[in-house]
Structure formats: structure tokens, C-alpha cells
Write a protein that binds this ligand. Structure first.
Ligand code: HEC
Length: 132
């Protein structure tokens, strides 16, 4: 198992769940407190959103891609521009990141990344598409 790249997310969610489910002497108060805490924690959790740049670095994406410019593969901003408005691009790119492929940018293939989980590949695809 690769190390969890989003360590801050899970514990916060777990704490919120535990607090929300704790039986309280005054149920209404307990629920209100749980809700308030969950709400207070929510921004913290989203602030600790996956650091896609770090995941891309760790996965070696930048040995072939620049954020803007082509290296061996296209710059991520170029990819974002190419698929702008294409609602199915994220799913397609996620599969390509995991399985590799060629033909959209030239004859050099992108190697597969079998170590990435499907969710990670999808997050990377969304992140690349937002790089424009
Ligand atoms: C060994 C070099 C290499 C590595 C490492 C690499 N890529 Fe690529 N990537 C390429 C090449 C070459 C292409 C162009 C493929 C083509 O023409 O369809 C490409 C294409 C892409 C595309 C566009 C695909 C399409 O069909 O338009 C995305 C998105 C992408 N890479 C993301 C990533 C991500 C994210 C990583 C890291 C997990 C990564 N790449 C790692 C070489 C690489």
C-alpha cells in the first residue's frame, strides 16, 4: 500500500463521526453540538484537500510533464485547454493515467501507472483539467 497522501482528511472525518454518534444525556443538545462541530471541522477538512501537486511529484508525472510546457508529454495547461468543455475528458484521462496510452499528442506513449488507485488517477485527471 502506498502511504495515504491525505493524512489530514480521515482523522477529521472520523472525529466528526464519533462526536456526532456519541450518545448524549440531552439528545437535542448532543446533536446540535455534533452538528456544530462537524460544521466547524468541515472547512478544516477541505482545506487539507489532497495536495495533487505533491501526488504528481511523487508519481513522477513531472519527469515528463510541465505545468505549462511540453517536456516529453504535453504541458498540463495544454491538456486542460485541449479538453475544455469535454465532460467526459476526466474519466478518459483518469484511465489513460492508470493504463497509459498514446496517439493524442504524438507518437510517444505515456507509460501506465498501476501503482495509482483509481480514485487517485481520477483526482489527478481533474487536477490536470483544472490546470489551464
Ligand atoms: C515517461 C513519461 C511520462 C510520465 C512519467 C507521465 N506521462 Fe503523461 N503523458 C506522456 C506522454 C508522452 C503523453 C502523450 C500521450 C499521447 O500522445 O496520447 C502523456 C499524456 C498525458 C495526458 C493527456 C492524455 C490524453 O489522452 O490527452 C495526461 C492527462 C497525462 N499525461 C497525465 C500524467 C500524469 C498525471 C502523470 C503522473 C501520474 C503522467 N502523465 C506521467 C508521458 C508521461
Amino acid at each position: 500500500m502506498p502511504p495515504n497522501p491525505y493524512p489530514a482528511e480521515l482523522p477529521a472525518a472520523r472525529v466528526a463521526a464519533r462526536v456526532a454518534h456519541r450518545p448524549a444525556p440531552l439528545p437535542a443538545l448532543g446533536t446540535a453540538f455534533g452538528l456544530a462541530l462537524a460544521l466547524a471541522l468541515a472547512p478544516a477538512a477541505s482545506h487539507a484537500a489532497p495536495d495533487m501537486q505533491a501526488l504528481a511529484e511523487k508519481s513522477g508525472c513531472f519527469s515528463c510533464h510541465g505545468m505549462q510546457n511540453k517536456v516529453i508529454g504535453p504541458g498540463f495547461a495544454e491538456v486542460a485547454a485541449k479538453y475544455k468543455g469535454d465532460g467526459e475528458a476526466a474519466a478518459r484521462l483518469a484511465r489513460k493515467i492508470q493504463e497509459g496510452g498514446k496517439g493524442n499528442w504524438g507518437r510517444i506513449p505515456m507509460p501506465p501507472h498501476p501503482g495509482l488507485k483509481e480514485a487517485e488517477a481520477r483526482q489527478l485527471a481533474d487536477w490536470v483539467l483544472g490546470a489551464g
